[in-house]
Design a protein around this ligand. Structure first.
Ligand code: CTP
Length: 437
């Protein structure tokens, strides 16, 4: 019996896949098909596969061409599979010509002709949504750059709500009014200064547009709540963009903590500071330490310990006219404490420590964009390093998640609504110089 094996993602199963599978089967008597898992695809740079692994496996299975269908989970698995199953022929489409020649050591390798004119990428791209930005923050350029890796998204428009100090020449269309931006796009990216976000987001939601906004989305808890309600009423998505939340390493770290890897969390100490943007701060006075760093610094605290703290204290320097250069915030929870140190104008080591009853997590500076973290235990030999690659500082994963939320009418589960609301609440207190009630 001649055994044949082939692999693929099979997202939105199409005629190209069917032809390939029939040809593969015709090479022998028994066909085994490996379907790539989301993790495997992310690690090889394919990030916006739209169907789940189960859907894709089911689609291949229901064709009835394959004799066996199973998931492909890790690099190097092909060699294992071939040896274990006594495979005679490995085959894939001609778009992979030459790339699997290393398997010739184990079996015959055949590149089959690819069907012209159809691909999963093309099917995903046909459902393109248009996104435009309002504001003058440099993050607009980062979003533009990373959007080109996301099929299903077209980012071409920007409206400057005030004088733009940076070079935005890579954005094709500069529009004259916010109304035009709303008319031309289904998604609005709000990157105006913090105190103006509420108004811009509100207008977009009332126009039934999906919104992704820089964080904090508003400077008062009540405003943030109101905006989420408005999004719900208008059946659109309001998405808080804290890039760190979407980093693969950060989101995996949260899951490990929830899974008990360091025991019960007793303390979190996070520091975020910067000096370099002070130059343009003086030009634009966009951010203070709390409006610039607050969302990022508070994220791990609220993600890990929740938003129901029992007490909060802070010290902030030079907080007049929203220009505080340094803030230190501490939270008391029934069984844990957290401190968050923020500075724009004061520099410190930007690392984070999360201490638990079994061990602690350490992320070196700059922790908010780190692809690496360590779990450390009493015995050094038990320490474990973790590395997860995230191209585009989390922005690509973020855009993929945004499109999924829009498509499935679901909520942002990396930055939940109560987290956005609590962030606004803390920021407001510090800006208003209020004490905890
Ligand atoms: N394939 C093919 N003809 C096509 C598309 C895919 O023969 N028009 C083959 C590929 O060569 C591969 C298998 O089908 O052997 C699974 O490919 P996959 O990567 O899942 O499909 P694509 O449509 O190429 O996906 P994407 O656009 O996401 O790369």
């Amino acid at each position: 019996m001649v055994k044949v094996i082939t692999y693929g993602t099979y997202d939105h199963l199409h005629q190209g896949h069917i032809n390939l599978l029939k040809r593969a089967k015709a090479l022998g008597d028994y066909l085994i098909v490996g379907v790539t898992t989301e993790n495997f695809d992310i690690n090889r740079g394919k990030i916006n596969v739209e169907q789940s692994l189960m859907e894709r496996i089911e689609a291949v299975r229901s064709l009835g061409i394959a004799d066996e269908v199973f998931p492909e989970e890790y690099v190097g698995q092909k060699i294992d599979d071939i040896k274990r199953n006594n495979i005679d022929i490995f085959t894939v489409g001609s778009d992979w010509e030459g790339q699997f020649d290393y398997l010739k050591e184990y079996c015959k390798v055949v590149y089959l002709p690819r069907t012209e004119g159809v691909s999963s990428t093309q099917i995903r791209a046909e459902k393109k949504l248009k996104m435009g930005a309002v504001g003058t923050d440099t993050t607009i350029n980062k979003f533009k750059y990373n959007s080109q890796f996301i099929n299903g998204l077209e980012f071409e428009d920007v409206y400057f709500d005030e004088k733009a100090y940076f070079d935005f020449s890579n954005i094709p269309n500069v529009l004259d009014s916010y109304k035009e931006l709303l008319d031309r796009n289904e998604i609005v990216y709000v990157a105006v200064r913090p105190e103006k976000r509420y108004e811009y987001i509100k207008k977009a939601l009332l126009a039934k547009k999906h919104v992704i906004s820089e964080s904090p989305i508003a400077l008062k808890e009540s405003e943030t709540k109101e905006l989420f309600e408005l999004a719900q009423e208008n059946n659109v998505v309001l998405f808080d963009s804290i890039k760190t939340a979407f980093l693969l390493s950060f989101s995996r770290m949260i899951l490990l903590i929830k899974g008990g890897m360091i025991g019960e969390v007793k303390a979190i100490d996070a520091t975020c500071t910067s000096l370099e943007i002070k130059d343009w701060l003086e030009k634009t006075s966009f951010y203070s330490s709390i409006t610039g760093w607050g969302s990022i610094g508070l994220l791990p605290v609220f993600k890990i310990l929740g938003t129901k703290y029992t007490d909060m204290n802070y010290v902030s320097f030079d907080s007049e006219a929203m220009k505080d250069v340094f803030a230190k915030i501490s939270f008391i929870y029934p069984h844990a404490v957290a401190t968050v140190t923020l500075g724009i104008g004061v520099k410190s080591e930007g690392d984070i420590r999360i201490s638990g009853t079994k061990g602690y997590i350490y992320i070196p500076a700059p922790w908010w964009k780190s692809e690496y973290f360590e779990i450390r235990y009493e015995k050094v030999k038990d320490n474990k390093p973790f590395y997860y690659q995230s191209d585009g500082e989390g922005i690509r994963m973020e855009l993929v998640h945004l499109l999924n939320c829009i498509k499935n009418n679901t909520k942002n589960y990396y930055v939940e609504e109560d987290i956005s609301e609590s962030i606004s609440k803390v920021i407001h207190k510090i800006l208003m110089n209020e004490s905890e009630d």
